[in-house]
Ligand binder design. Structure first.
Ligand code: C2O
Ligand code: CU
Ligand code: CU
Length: 422
């Protein structure tokens, strides 16, 4: 509902059985019985209020990933909604446009809760984005991808930390769907909602896509590429021109995989079904990002985990397991800091996500960041042994927030820490 310049939503978290694989029903943890959760469309400077009621029998905490929100509305790991309780989250939406998403964050439960269905998209737009002649409306399509391991006989979702048998990819909740497109340009909003899987997305004919946005919205310039890399939690918008193909063409979007989880190749299919007019275009300049402020502090972060530590592997930040009672990074309000983040593992990839901020990637492995990393980011990949330098500015809110690996099985194993801005 909409009143007084605020959009209000009521959501109920509850179990719901759905037919995902043909002929069997899968029990899920859902927002409003939907899988994935409902897509929220928000506008800059127009607050959204979501009342969340927990009808599940586990704790939950709803986090808006990529958002700048006060600590009480961040959905932190310890700030849970108990079974039977409810909670109102207010999102100010003061930040620029960005393809955000929301998911459970209850500590030690987040990996399983998200895996069982507690994830959805939250698309924040603004005038800057809408002024561009990009494809809109039915030509602007969300493609949220995640993996799953089903018991194919019963349909039950199998959950086990670090499971390598999550070999069914779901697109907006459906296995290998096909999507009828017109022979024209589309904006595809790709999002990786998997717990752990790293995606490398390509069109089957290896033709070009134009990446226009990342986690924090539009890139400064479009980036032409054959592959889009998305670690768990990352987003990327691409424009694909289907007018290259005659009507009748069937084109698979495939995953050529990277990182530790084995390759699952087929994601979905586009069927070019008709011709259509197209007045959209991708400008050479998409966005002017404000200049980086002078950094006021520097710190390092080291990610590591037991590589052969089964059956109970632990994962660390700076050698420590997550402890909610400990503050790991004290940050002065208004500071702009350079964080040098290293993956100390030799076999296991990680990524690095910070709450509250959209940061800039300054360097990857001592060199310039990749072109798709030149915009605003909230999650950045760290292949084994890699180091990334980023800059974040803490001028929005004071209080405690977490930072962590967004391979959720790893954060649930302890790879999470607390920063306090004050
Ligand atoms: Cu996507 Cu701490 O979150
Ligand atoms: Cu987050
Ligand atoms: Cu990790």
């Amino acid at each position: 509902s909409t009143a007084d310049g605020v959009d209000t939503y009521e959501m109920t978290m509850r179990t719901q059985a759905k037919e995902i694989l043909p002929g069997v029903r899968t029990e899920l943890r859902t927002f409003n019985g939907q899988f994935p959760g409902p897509t929220i469309k928000a506008r800059r400077n127009r607050p959204v209020v979501i009342r969340q009621r927990n009808e599940l029998d586990v704790d939950v905490s709803v986090h808006l990933h990529g958002a700048s929100v006060p600590p009480a509305d961040d959905g932190g790991p310890m700030d849970v909604i108990a079974p039977g309780a409810e909670r109102q989250y207010t999102y100010p939406n003061k930040q620029p446009h960005a393809p955000l998403w929301y998911h459970d964050h209850a500590h030690h439960l987040e990996a399983e809760n998200v895996y069982r269905g507690l994830h959805g998209s939250y698309l924040l737009t603004d005038d800057e984005e809408e002024a561009l002649p990009l494809p809109t409306d039915e030509y602007d399509v969300l493609i949220a991808i995640r993996d799953a391991h089903f018991d194919t006989a019963t349909g039950a979702l199998q959950y086990q930390m670090g499971d390598r048998a999550r070999t069914t990819l779901l697109v907006n909740g459906a296995p290998y769907p096909y999507f009828k497109v017109a022979a024209r340009s589309y904006r595809l909003r790709l999002a990786n909602h998997s717990n752990q899987r790293f995606l490398e997305l390509r069109l089957e004919d290896d033709s070009d896509m134009t990446q226009i946005a990342s986690d924090g919205g539009l890139l400064p310039r479009p980036h032409t590429t054959k592959a889009v890399y998305l670690t768990s939690g990352e987003r990327a918008d691409v424009v694909v021109d289907f007018s290259r193909y005659p009507v009748g063409t069937r084109l698979v979007l495939k995953n050529t995989g990277f990182g530790a989880v084995e390759d699952v190749s087929q994601v979905m299919r586009f069927d070019v079904a008709r011709t259509a007019q197209d007045n959209s275009s991708v400008p050479d300049v998409l966005r002017k990002l404000p200049p980086l402020p002078q950094p006021t502090a520097e710190r390092t972060v080291v990610l590591s985990m037991d590589e052969d530590g089964r059956p109970d592997p632990k994962a660390y930040i700076d050698g420590k397991l997550y402890d909610h009672a400990r503050v790991d990074a004290h940050i002065r309000s208004g500071a702009s800091e350079i964080w040098t983040v290293t993956n100390a593992n030799t076999k296991v990839p990680h990524n690095f996500h910070m709450h509250l901020v959209q940061f800039r990637v300054l360097e990857r492995q001592g060199a310039a960041p990749r072109p798709e990393e030149e915009g605003l980011k909230d999650t950045v990949r760290l292949m084994p042994g890699e180091t990334v330098k980023l800059q974040a500015t803490f001028d929005a809110y004071r209080g405690e927030y977490v930072y962590h690996c967004h391979m959720l099985d790893h954060s649930a194993m302890g790879m999470m820490a607390t920063m306090k801005i004050g």
